[in-house]
Design a protein around this ligand. Structure first.
Ligand code: PLP
Length: 372
């Protein structure tokens, strides 16, 4: 059997162990310590914000972003349907209602035109949506200027789900820093990882301070236990922050390799007429976390997926839209089936920054063979 090529495995530097050892040596095996301080400060300078909250997942970061934005029972939240469940579940934890918006074709992300139609209709009906979550799918920035314009026009806070999009930019500005709040995921499959973890970003330190408080069971500074709100156990461990500290040092290299992988796929495969490679729109710089392409019918995405799997190459269909999921199908959906079409035809190719040129060549040859 040929060696397995994974979709997006963790890519460690080796230096992570030094920071982990430091946590062990100092016995700071808890959510406090030097690794937490240093990972936080590296993220603060990278994103140019005064403070970030480190948490145990991107999902927790989204949950906290909703709480500090005041989202509660019965509130409605505009959110793209082409999405990952980790972005939807926190809306439901709050007893709020997701309003699923279709994708637009350029970026595959939330369609700002449909989002505005829904906002206008909801305001007319007397219930303004309380937040917009803008996702940068697979690291490709959404039309964030249009979304921010909607947020400003209708006075609705925008939360950026930049779980996939560390290092992506729009008009030169980093995704995750453009909304009122932004979140990043450090899950094992992401561009950089802490094995599991996330960060909440904002230029408003008061929001981050409240999120940090809530992530620590809303414990006040009293020496005895006084909780002033319902809190959560969402803090990141100092051990995992050690992994993140080391990973931050090589972020630029990792970002460079992900984009290089996409451009090699593009230059080697875009002459296959059944394949379509999405281009960046003006102003957009995608981190290409996952190299994602369209298999144009009558060619079959599923058959290409099976073909790659038969050669021990992991690929993954583009996300299954949320409004079609058994868990969320009863919530409203607005659109024209663009997301469903992307799901039916889209495929994410192996994109890990540790992938060697020869492994990449194997994926490319396999796809060429399939279309011969
Ligand atoms: C778009 C999006 N939002 C949220 C999440 C949730 O992040 P985490 O897995 O760190 O909880 C992910 C996934 O990893 C994601 O891809």
């Amino acid at each position: 059997m040929l060696e397995k090529i994974w979709l997006s495995p963790p890519h460690l530097t080796g230096r992570e162990l030094e920071y982990i050892k430091d946590a062990f040596d100092k016995n700071w095996v808890s959510p406090y310590g030097d690794n937490i301080d240093s990972f936080e400060s590296k993220l603060e300078s990278y994103f140019g914000v005064p403070d970030v909250a480190l948490v145990n997942s991107g999902t927790s970061a989204i949950h906290l972003s909703l709480i500090v934005s005041g989202i509660g029972m019965g509130d409605e939240v505009i959110v793209p349907t082409l999405n990952f469940a980790g972005c939807i579940n926190p809306i439901l934890y709050q007893g709020a209602i997701p309003l699923f918006i279709d994708s637009e074709k350029d970026t595959w992300n939330i369609d700002p035109v449909i989002a505005e139609e829904v906002i206008v209709a909801k305001i007319k009906a007397g219930k303004k949506p309380k937040a917009i979550i803008a996702v940068h799918l697979f690291g490709t920035p959404c039309k964030i200027n249009e979304i921010m314009a909607l947020g400003n026009k209708y006075d609705i806070p925008v939360i950026e789900d930049a779980a996939d999009a560390i290092g992506s930019t729009f008009d030169g500005k980093k995704t995750g820093t453009l909304g009122k709040l932004g979140i990043i995921s450090f899950n094992g499959n992401k561009t950089i990882t802490t094995s599991g973890g996330g960060a909440l970003i904002s230029s408003d330190p008061k929001l981050i301070s409240l999120a940090k408080h809530l992530s620590n069971q809303a414990r006040t500074l009293k020496p005895y236990y006084v909780h002033d709100a319902v809190g959560y156990n969402y803090m990141m461990s100092n051990i995992l922050a050690g992994i993140g500290t080391a990973q931050m040092d090589i972020l630029d290299e990792r970002l460079k390799r992900r984009r290089e992988i996409y451009s090699i796929y593009n230059s080697e495969l875009s002459n296959i007429s059944s394949l379509e490679f999405p281009e960046e729109i003006a102003g957009s710089h995608a981190n290409r976390w996952l190299s994602s392409i369209i298999i144009k019918p009558p060619a079959s995405r599923n058959l290409l997926y099976d073909h790659l799997a038969s050669e021990n190459i992991e690929s993954r269909p583009v996300w299954n839209p949320m409004h079609l999921q058994p868990a969320y199908k009863d919530y409203p959906y607005y659109g024209n089936n663009v997301a469903k079409e992307l799901f039916d035809t889209g495929l994410c190719l192996p994109s890990g920054s540790a992938m060697t040129d020869s492994q990449l060549g194997r994926v490319i040859e396999s796809i060429k063979r399939y279309f011969k």
